[in-house]
Each structure stands twice: as structure tokens, then as C-alpha cells.
Design a protein around this ligand. Structure first.
Ligand code: CO
Length: 494
């Protein structure tokens, strides 16, 4: 056991045992108006924050191997007239229902959760759970829980009851994938300036098929086109500009045999290739333009992109890059992660030169950080401010996210709002104030796990004065396990 497991880490300002409890299951479904509030909810804040993440880290007491294999649980925080209503519900996927009925693990997870009984009971069983645990969005009059390797599930936005697998009115076919990382282009040039949802799917193999979907606010398909790129791909996220979809093809190999033989989860068979470059693939959003461009840049691993934009004949992409892939280990316990021995995710700016095919990269923020967000009006455009989950201190190594960091690309100013030593943040979401003029005029919402009291609180921070005391802290009666992604919907659902 490494020393950080038992001791308070003064360097990082966290208690490992407290951090670990944020990975306890939350099986209980509740709904109530939040009454334990520090500060005041701004009365102008109206709408709903939807969040998704693994709600169960065990099935009937048997731990799952990795949080990414945990059943999706949706939370809604609905704001109106200075009040906030909370609700949480599991996505009732067919797998969730079967396993809760059987009270045991019935399916293999991508990240190593195996059925009991060793490899004999897992061999050649490639049926994976669609666990609907990664993101939740409201688009085309539907609330959709997303998981990147399968179809979305739709939910009733008011009750969070699961309606079922949703094929988006025929846009998807049974078995199709739909990534958990769509972007909303706030003003699509191809559609006369109306917003559109841009998403993708990947069919991995020896070569990879990337399909791009562009969907109108009413849910109708505007554009769909597919492209084959050479090599295996593990692509979780992408970036958009008015003219391009940008994909980072991380240098990884997939060895399917341990997975097929039942020895490992599929996610454990992805091997980082430190000596190979990352390929950056630019696909034009206009299907009439078939010219896919590929660039090469030093090795690294990217899960999430912050934003991208075009300047003259250059395309800039801001991404969280890890020097090496944090690999899922078959025998490791994710709760005993040794942060000091893990590479940090850091913010880099990649600049692609469309004229000569070169790529420049620059480290923008060296602190360990993840889960970037920005003003939604600036998606795909030049922007000034980024908000991101960050470690309490820049130690040059990995660490739990305990703070929200605001970066000003114009002045270089950094503002940090830290919840250390007891608080652990989730992805921030930026909500512009009504009639806002300045890009940072809005609220930053983040769910914080309070390890001291084993409960979660929703923090409302002032986007323009991030480092000062929170505008409001809304304390839940219980904890929510560390989540993944979510989004803001401008209508209050409660
Ligand atoms: Co993600």
C-alpha cells in the first residue's frame, strides 16, 4: 500500500480515505427541494442542470472493476424563483433491470468488470452492457442519456423515468453507436445561423469508420457522412469549428485476444504506443467537401478537447493531453490509484497549419486538470475564457480534482476556486446570465463531493469573480458518486 493511502497528503491537500468514499454506490433514488443552502440562489438562474455518471460501483455487494462500468444515474437540479429541486434516477437499461432482478453481475463491462466464474464463464462472451452513464443532453425535445458505444436512452425530463432506447426518429439503426460528446454549434453557417448538434460515432477495427451527424433543434437530420481512416481508433471526444470536425487518433493498439478469451475487459486491451505519433484528422463539415486532412504530432493521449477555432489558414485545438495513457490494469484497484506515479492531464494548444501541414503545440496550463467548459456561444470560435476542474496545487503530477480554474487567454490571468482539503469537484458547466454581454458573465455550476461529511453539494460560482466565496452552496442530504458529464437546459423541469 503506498503512503498516500493512509496519510493526509500535505502537498496535494487531500485525505485519500475521504477521496475514496466518493466512489461508494448511491442506490437510493430521491427527489426534494434543497433546503440546506449557504448563500443565496440567484433568482435569475432558471433552467435545469442534468448530470450523468456511475451511480452503482457494485452489484449486490460485488465491486465492479472500474467506475466507467457503473450503471448510469441521472441527476437533475431544476432552478426557478431562487429555489432548487433535486432528483436522481437510474437509467433503466435492460441490463440494469436484469442485474438488479438477479442481484448479481450478468454482463461484462468494457473496463474489466467480469462475470463471476473466471475466464471460462467469460470466454467469447462479447455482449457488453449499454450502461448509459457518460453524458446527458436535451436536444430535439428529448432528454438523452449517452454512452459512446451504443444507442442513446431517452428519459422523461420531468420525472427522469426511462422511456427506452432511442433511435432519434430513424437517424440511428439498432446497434449503431452515438458518442457521448456532442457539441452544439451556436450558429451554423451551413444552416443560415441556426444552432445545430454535431456528434459522431466510431466503428473501430483494423481501420476505423467515423460517421458525423448534424441534427437540427427540432431533431431532424441535417447531414450525415462517413469516412474511413486507417488504423484502430479509441476516440472519446472531438472538437468542432464552423468548417471542420477534428479528431485525435491516439497512438494505441487493440489486442482483442485477452478480451475474447475472457481474461480481460476490452478497455484493458487498449495498449498505448509511446513511440508512435498522434494523428489529427480534419473532416470537413460540409459533406460536399470530401478533402479529409491528416496531421501528425508527438505522442500523447487525449480524452477531452476544450474548444477549437479557425484563424486565417490555421486551426487551433485546445485539449487535455496526458504524456501517456492511464491504462486500466487488470489487477489494480481503482480506489488505490497512486496519483504521484500517474502523468497529469495538462492543457495544450495545438495549431494546425493548413497551408504547409505542420503542427505546433504549446503547453498552456501545467496543473493537472480535466473537464473543460466554456461559454456555449464560443463553441468553435475564438474565445477568451476557459473553466476547468483542476488539482489544488500544481505539483507536476496527477492528483484529484479539488478546484475550478479559470484561464484568461488574453491576459494570462488565472483564478482558482479550491474546495480542498475535503472537496472534490466534478465537471464545471458555464451558464450565461440573462442578457450577458461579457464572455465570462455567468455562473459556473459544479457538483462537489464533501469527503468530510460524505455528502455532495452543488456550488454556484461567479464566472467573473471565480476565486471569491461561492454565490451559493446547495447541500444535498446524501452523496452522489463522482460523475462524468452533464449539460444545462434553459427550462426548469420541476
Ligand atoms: Co468524456
Amino acid at each position: 500500500m503506498n503512503k498516500a493511502i493512509t496519510e493526509f497528503d500535505k502537498n496535494q491537500s487531500y485525505y485519500v480515505q475521504e477521496w475514496q468514499r466518493g466512489y461508494e454506490s448511491q442506490p437510493k433514488e430521491q427527489e426534494y427541494y434543497i433546503e440546506d443552502i449557504e448563500g443565496k440562489i440567484p433568482p435569475e438562474l432558471e433552467g435545469t442542470l442534468f448530470r450523468n455518471g456511475p451511480g452503482l460501483l457494485d452489484i449486490a455487494g460485488t465491486p465492479i472493476h472500474h467506475p466507467f462500468d457503473g450503471d448510469g444515474m441521472i441527476c437533475s437540479f431544476s432552478f426557478k424563483d431562487g429555489k432548487a429541486h433535486f432528483r436522481n434516477r437510474f437509467v433503466r437499461t435492460e441490463y440494469y433491470l436484469q442485474e438488479q432482478e438477479a442481484q448479481k453481475i450478468l454482463y461484462r463491462g468494457v473496463f474489466g468488470t467480469q462475470k463471476p466464474g473466471g475466464w471460462l464463464n467469460n470466454i467469447f462472451d462479447i455482449k457488453l452492457k449499454n450502461i448509459a452513464n457518460t453524458n446527458v443532453i436535451y436536444w430535439g425535445d428529448k432528454l438523452l442519456a449517452l454512452w459512446e458505444a451504443a444507442e442513446p436512452h431517452s428519459l422523461n425530463p420531468h420525472t427522469l423515468e426511462t422511456i427506452g432506447i432511442d433511435y432519434l426518429d430513424g437517424i440511428l439503426q439498432p446497434g449503431d453507436a452515438f458518442s457521448a460528446h456532442p457539441w452544439v454549434d451556436p450558429s451554423c453557417e451551413l444552416d443560415g445561423g441556426q444552432p445545430c448538434l454535431v456528434n459522431f460515432s466510431v466503428e473501430p477495427g483494423l481501420s476505423s469508420k467515423i460517421t458525423i451527424f448534424e441534427i437540427a433543434p427540432d431533431g431532424k437530420l441535417l447531414r450525415r457522412h462517413s469516412h474511413i481512416i486507417p488504423g484502430f481508433s479509441f476516440i472519446h471526444d472531438f472538437a468542432i469549428t464552423p468548417n471542420y470536425c477534428i479528431f485525435f487518433q491516439n497512438p494505441v493498439n487493440f489486442n482483442p485476444f485477452p478480451f475474447l478469451l475472457g481474461l480481460r475487459g476490452a478497455g484493458e486491451c487498449v495498449e498505448f504506443q509511446p513511440n508512435k505519433p498522434t494523428r489529427v484528422v480534419l473532416i470537413p463539415r460540409d459533406p460536399k467537401n470530401k478533402e479529409v486532412k491528416t496531421f501528425s504530432v508527438e505522442s500523447g493521449f487525449v480524452f477531452h478537447h476544450a474548444n477549437a477555432f479557425e484563424v486565417e489558414n490555421k486551426v487551433c485545438i485546445d485539449s487535455i493531453a496526458y504524456p501517456s495513457l492511464p491504462q486500466v490494469q487488470p489487477d489494480a484497484n481503482y480506489k488505490e490509484v497512486d496519483f504521484d506515479n500517474l502523468d497529469p492531464g495538462q492543457l495544450w494548444r495545438f495549431t494546425l497549419n493548413l497551408a504547409d501541414g505542420s503542427v505546433a503545440r504549446k503547453l498552456v496550463e501545467s496543473s493537472c486538470c480535466e473537464f473543460p467548459t466554456l461559454n456555449p456561444d464560443k463553441v468553435g470560435r475564438e474565445y477568451r475564457y476557459l473553466f476547468i476542474g483542476a488539482a489544488h496545487k500544481d505539483t507536476g503530477r496527477n492528483g484529484p480534482l479539488q478546484a475550478i480554474l479559470k484561464l484568461d487567454f488574453e491576459t494570462g490571468e488565472r483564478q482558482l476556486h479550491s474546495f480542498a482539503p475535503h472537496g472534490y469537484v466534478s465537471e464545471p458547466i458555464f451558464v450565461p446570465k440573462p442578457n450577458a454581454v461579457a464572455e465570462d458573465e455567468g455562473w459556473v455550476l459544479t457538483l462537489v463531493y464533501d469527503g468530510k461529511n460524505h455528502r455532495s453539494s452543488l456550488a454556484i460560482l461567479d464566472g467573473q469573480n471565480l476565486a471569491v466565496e461561492a454565490v451559493a452552496l446547495l447541500h444535498l442530504k446524501h452523496h452522489i458518486p463522482y460523475g462524468l458529464h452533464g449539460s444545462w437546459h434553459s427550462v426548469a423541469v420541476a
